[in-house]
Design a protein around this ligand. Sequence first.
Ligand SMILES: [Zn+2]
Length: 197
Amino acid sequence: MSDYLGPKPTKRCSQCHESKNLDEYTRKTASLDGLQDQCRECRVKSNALRGNHNQIESIAEQVAGGRLKYRELSSVDRDAVRATAARMYELGVDVPTAARAQATELRGFVYIITNPAFPDWVKIGRAFDPESRLKGYQTGSPHRDYKLEYAVYFKDCVFAEREIHARLKPAYPRSGEWFRINASIASMFIDQLRETI
Ligand SMILES: [Zn+2]
């Protein structure tokens, strides 16, 4: 065998389309040549992606309040919840965390919402899912012109919201959850807090 000097047999990967040595493929007894169609590297990548996808779907189900509720959403709402879940996943939120957050309401986002009817004012609140909170406001507004400007995830958004309100209070006029402050300055306060806790 070691005397064989001809070209090494290769196989073209169905994913990356590179011709690679046979030892770069894992076995698959059921296939004609006994090997997987995708090279080892591509299989590792796609398995990892599938893993992410499943994680995001699970978080999305938690955000929606359960698998059934998630399935019952319109496709537009489901996309919105999935987008929130994907952001949460990027922020390192796992499924148990999402489930706990739903139960305790501690973990979640501090968000900034604006409305052109109240120029110079921003609403700073907290929610496990700022986008569905935003939807709630829109329902009560004939113009549906509330805008989610910013949202930052905190392990304890109850504390974070209280702290932001306390920091703004001495310097900015307040009315309930509304502050007379520029949205980008308000977002700097949130970022600052995020860095220190
Ligand atoms: Zn490949």
